[in-house]
Design a protein around this ligand. Sequence first.
Ligand SMILES: [Mg+2]
Length: 392
Amino acid sequence: MKNLQINKIKLTLFEIELEDVTEDKGGIGIKYSPNTINRHKRFAIQIYDNKGHIGEYVPPRGRAKVIIAASEALSHYLIGVNPLDRNGIYRKLRGLCKHIGEVGIGAIDIALWDLAGKKHNSPIYELLGGKRKILPAYASTMNGDNEKNGLSSAEAYADFAQHCLELGYKGYKMHGWSTGNVKDEIEMLKAVGDRVAGKMKIMYDAACHLNTLSDALEVGRVCDEYGFYWYEDPYKDGGVSINGNQVLAQKLSTPILVGEHVRNLETSVDMLVNGSSFFSRADPDYDGGITGSYKLVLASEGLGIDCEIHSCGPPMRHLMAASRNSNFYEVNLLHPKCNNPWSLPIYDQNYNDLINCIDNSGNVVVPNGPGLGVDYDWDYIKKNKLHTVEIF
Ligand SMILES: [Mg+2]
């Protein structure tokens, strides 16, 4: 009998339509744009084996043009390979793309986990040895804007925090404005702190927009004043300086969270060992899939450190469900006036990552079907496809 082998990989670039959120021409940045209807690019990957199993994944987020190209190139190296050898494939693909930031591995690895789950008739979190069925979630805002009724003032951020609290969220994270204006950011942090501190966890993600380490320190002292749960990617080191974040961590009481822009396990662990970050950060789409991300979860556990999973989607839920040392699920890029750009019209009715995806206690559930546990609407994807590539 022939061994299990990958015999085809299919990649489909398609468009979805979203109201009031635009995607820039490169498909990397998004912003709130009231009274507009816009096309955004996404892609799907399907991995077929010679025994009839199909692993499927649609990354919820943007950046599709960049990632589909990398995933396509890497797919050529997988024909004839055993799809269950996820660790071997992870190492092989890391070697192949070591010069280019390891982009493209995530989608392939996640589709392989979906295939394995379907083969074993088990959800991914059970394959990982996990059993958490519900996950505490936090509301994570879109970047600030200048639109009337948008996230255009400190009060607007505070009003939205209040709204999220009333919906049941136990945590609220602000992505501020992208200008690096210390005064504006501090005003916003104080407005939110005055409104909801003590009622929900508050996190702040400067997303590396503050210009200097001194600016980061000044803003961080306000996080300290209000007892923030974490202070994420404070300044323009890109979230990668071991020394800079170590210095900041020594001067502030608020836990620092960096690592979101570090694309390999070894450097992420170096940051933890050197005290640059209180938490580790794992994202299945970017950090070598579930395989690479789970290695970071376990490495962090071995160091006695918590790993916070970045952004939202089915693989993030499965990963967190198997992680003892993870606190909150990020319902990402929420806005008071529009849906977040992960509101894909491609899931079955049992799954979404919209603002109302939580229960009254602020939790999301983990999909329970085989693999990722979600069914994709392939008719929709085919109807809106731009092109398909098949690799044999
Ligand atoms: Mg972030």
